[in-house]
Design a protein around this ligand. Structure first.
Ligand code: NAD
Ligand code: UDP
Length: 320
């Protein structure tokens, strides 16, 4: 069953695009998801395909399957989603990753762990390279996600050293694009929906905090390149777009691209919100031969088109 690829979290933003790309490459794909933050809508166009199967399952429960590769993406990614049930978020990263590493060990599969730039916390080093060890609170509102992902990295390293599991660690930076959940509270989906519906754009804090946004197609390219790399290439490797932008500038960009006359509305900054974030992607360039290709304006234009379609299909969506 070496040709079967397991994608956990396959009904989410990144996972659904990854499943689609794997199928277009002729692979057989099992999409595992508990549909807690993902949506069956994201994969409904894939369901008729013979090489595609959906498994409704929670990664915190053990699983036995015959697979050849595992992309472990299952975990809520937006602060609103992962803070809803923080204990479950920790367990999804820790127990879920252990379960997938056990499966990789038994089947001899290569596993790719979806880690995150959040392992760097509110970084004291800028831009962030993979040697930076981070500045993370163990008890703050983001800790369930950040610390869960850090522990998952530790498990990958220990399974590699103790059991010879080829577990690669991909530190993904903010990824956006079509199929973002309209109500998960991430900044790109919030601003676009607010602009399209004439609602005020909700800026948290003074809006001078920065992020670096990578289009989902580029992120998927990177994950595929990482999975295809030799067994010695295990990372951690930063995957992201170094084009850095403040939230104020992002809001202005989205207003211009949508032609919206929405106003900006300032709200308190959530606790532990990182001030800045930009990946150093030297390692991804040299070890994977990868770099992002989709500029922010182009990616935002595609994402705006997606949400316009969604709005015309489903009516008004509240986005706050
Ligand atoms: P998403 O929320 O759209 O997708 C996550 C998917 O995992 C959802 O379909 C959800 O239903 C599923 N899931 C959650 N808990 C589960 C569980 N216990 N068992 C089975 N399925 C479960 O998020 P995304 O943006 O597609 O992110 C995918 C992965 O990439 C996540 O692990 C996330 O931490 C990581 N990541 C994403 C970003 C980003 O900006 N999008 C940045 C860094 C890391
Ligand atoms: N943000 C904002 N308005 C929103 C949602 C988010 O200003 O409606 C800010 C948020 O405080 C953070 C940045 O945008 O500084 C990115 O937030 P997101 O939740 O998308 O990702 P993360 O904080 O996990 O990087």
């Amino acid at each position: 069953m070496a040709d079967i690829v397991l994608v956990t979290g396959g009904a989410g933003l990144i996972g659904s695009h990854l499943c689609e790309r794997l199928l277009s490459m002729g692979r057989r794909v099992i999409c595992l998801d508990d549909f807690s933050s993902g949506s069956s809508r994201n994969i409904r166009h894939l369901k008729p395909k013979a090489r595609f199967a959906v498994l409704h399952h929670d990664v915190t429960q053990p699983l036995d399957l015959e697979v050849g590769q595992i992309f472990n993406l299952a975990c809520p990614a937006s602060p609103r989603q992962y803070q809803r049930d923080p204990v479950s978020t920790v367990l999804t990263s820790v127990i879920g990753t252990k379960n997938m590493l056990d499966l990789a060990r038994r089947t001899g599969s290569r596993l790719l762990q979806a880690s995150t730039s959040e392992v760097y916390g509110d970084p004291a080093v800028h831009p962030q390279d993979e040697n930076y060890r981070g500045n993370v609170s163990t008890i703050g509102p983001r800790a369930c996600y950040d610390e869960g992902k850090r522990c998952a990295e530790t498990l990958c390293a220990d399974y590699r050293h103790r059991h010879g599991v080829t577990a690669g660690i991909a530190r993904i930076f903010n990824t956006y694009g079509p199929r973002m959940h309209p109500d998960d509270g991430r900044v790109v989906s919030n601003f676009i929906l607010q602009a399209l519906t004439g609602a005020p754009l909700t800026i948290f804090g003074d809006g001078r905090q920065t992020r670096s946004f990578c289009h989902v197609d580029d992120t998927v390219d990177a994950l595929l390149a990482f999975m295809a790399a030799g067994p010695a290439t295990l990372g951690p490797i930063n995957l992201g777009n170094p084009e850095e932008i403040s939230m104020i500038d992002l809001a202005e960009r989205i207003l211009a691209l949508t032609g919206s006359r929405s106003r900006l509305e300032f709200h308190p900054l959530p606790g532990d919100d990182p001030c800045r974030r930009r990946p150093d992607i030297t390692r991804a360039r040299t070890e994977l031969g990868w770099r992002p290709r989709i500029a922010l304006d182009e990616g935002l234009t595609r994402t705006i088109a997606y949400f316009e379609d969604l709005l015309s299909e489903t009516g008004t969506v509240a986005a706050t």
